[in-house]
Write a protein of this length. Sequence first.
Length: 46
Amino acid sequence: MIPQLTPIVSLIAGIVILIMPRLLNYIVAFYLIFIGLVGLFPHLFP
């Protein structure tokens, strides 16, 4: 599930950043938090 989700999230984030560059900090922060949670709690994301 996660290997297919990562490229989709990256693509959507890239498009949003092109449209609204000020959101870059928030998008990167949420992405890093999400990846960190997946790494710490892999059993919650099958």
